[in-house]
Ligand binder design. Structure first.
Ligand SMILES: [Zn+2]
Length: 193
């Protein structure tokens, strides 16, 4: 068979068409494919997407655009992916190319179905990381900071609202109260599940 992985830029030694790391990656991508194919039908129909299993997602604004043509193409493309990563690794000389396409198509489909900001955010890991690196900040610093560091959009009025409802406790009170960024992330995440 082969001596190196067929994924472009990988080159790890393997007796199959994919190395172990690429099999694991492809397997992870393929797990979402059946759900994405069926949810893309909702996108095509212009109806709200059901909640993602295990929380997150849902039919929030952004998940229904750019619309049905993309959804139809993605359904067709996702349908061309192999059912199982291991089968591709043992029997498909083009397995590396399948992984390459799966990376693009699954990411696009997740973004269309579940909304771009939901993709690939590991919320608990993100909060751990933020707790370690970020001091308390006032709202006007928090908004751009969260956007730059965590890739999420939080509005100043959301933060004030969470504080008002007791979901968020200021570290320092006063005219410009400060908040722990990881607690803002907690509150943000709570509003989305
Ligand atoms: Zn590989």
């Amino acid at each position: 068979m082969n001596d190196t992985c067929t994924t472009e830029g990988c080159g790890r030694a393997t007796s199959l068409y994919l190395c172990t790391a690429c099999i694991v990656e492809l397997d992870e991508l393929l797990q979402d494919v059946p759900a994405l194919i069926s949810f893309l039908a909702y996108v095509r129909a212009g109806t709200a997407v059901p909640k993602k299993p295990g929380g997150g997602g849902g039919g929030h604004p952004g998940s229904r655009e750019p619309g049905s043509v993309d959804a139809m193409l993605l359904q067709a493309w996702l349908g061309q992916l192999p059912d199982r990563a291991h089968t591709a690794a043992t029997s498909d000389p083009e397995a590396g190319r399948k992984l390459y396409m799966a990376r693009i198509w699954v990411r696009q489909a997740r973004s269309l179905v579940w909304g771009p900001e939901e993709e690939q955010i590991n919320h608990s890991e993100l909060r751990e990381r933020v707790r370690d690196i970020a001091p308390p900040m006032p709202t006007k610093e928090l908004v751009p900071w969260l956007k730059a560091k965590a890739g999420i959009i939080v509005k100043a009025k959301d933060i004030r609202n969470w504080a008002h409802r007791g979901k968020l406790k200021p570290v320092e009170r006063g005219l410009h109260p400060t908040y722990h960024p990881h607690e803002v992330l907690n509150a943000w995440h709570d509003t989305r599940v």
